[in-house]
Ligand binder design. Structure first.
Ligand SMILES: Nc1ncnc2c1ncn2[C@@H]1O[C@H](COP(=O)(O)OP(=O)(O)OP(=O)(O)O)[C@@H](O)[C@H]1O
Ligand SMILES: [Mg+2]
Length: 133
């Protein structure tokens, strides 16, 4: 069983690949039904943000096990411009490029854990997890 998948994001094909790899690993881990779509959608949003706001980066999808919990972990990282105000970026409808501004809050809602680490001028790393119930 694949335990980790790394996808380079520098064009829309990368977004599609990350989405597919995420769905495949989630299926292998035992997720089913709507959870597969939920995970794939959250991956699409953070991958699209890499392309839209940082031009290029990487999505790393892996299995996650901690204590009694099992699930999937998605890390989206880039060395783009970074996010100056994370609280503002997380607000529904906030966008710096005329987007809908629902990518980040949407991904947070879809996943069980969502963490952003970002430094202006250095880049952004988003770590999100979904557990098996
Ligand atoms: N990887 C990133 N690097 C730099 N800024 C980012 C990154 N991801 C998000 N942002 C900032 O956070 C804002 C909110 O992101 P969000 O995904 O919610 O909206 P959006 O991408 O602008 O629009 P959409 O609804 O199409 O996703 C962005 O407009 C951008 O300013
Ligand atoms: Mg977005």
């Amino acid at each position: 069983m694949a335990i980790e998948s790394r996808v380079r994001i520098s064009d829309t094909a990368g977004i599609v690949t990350a989405r597919q790899q995420g769905r495949t690993l989630a299926l292998e881990l035992g997720f089913e039904g709507s959870d597969l779509t939920v995970i794939a959608t959250a991956i699409s949003e953070v991958a699209r943000n890499i392309l839209d706001h940082a031009k290029s980066g990487e999505v790393i999808i892996s299995r996650y096990q901690h204590g009694g919990k099992r699930g999937i972990c998605v890390i989206a990282c880039d060395t783009g411009p970074g996010i100056a105000d994370i609280e503002q970026a997380m607000q529904y409808g906030y966008s710096t490029r005329n987007g809908l501004g629902i990518g980040l809050p949407g991904a947070k809602l879809l996943m069980d854990e969502f963490h952003i680490k970002s430094t202006v001028g250095l880049g952004t790393t988003i770590t999100m997890r979904k557990w098996m119930h």
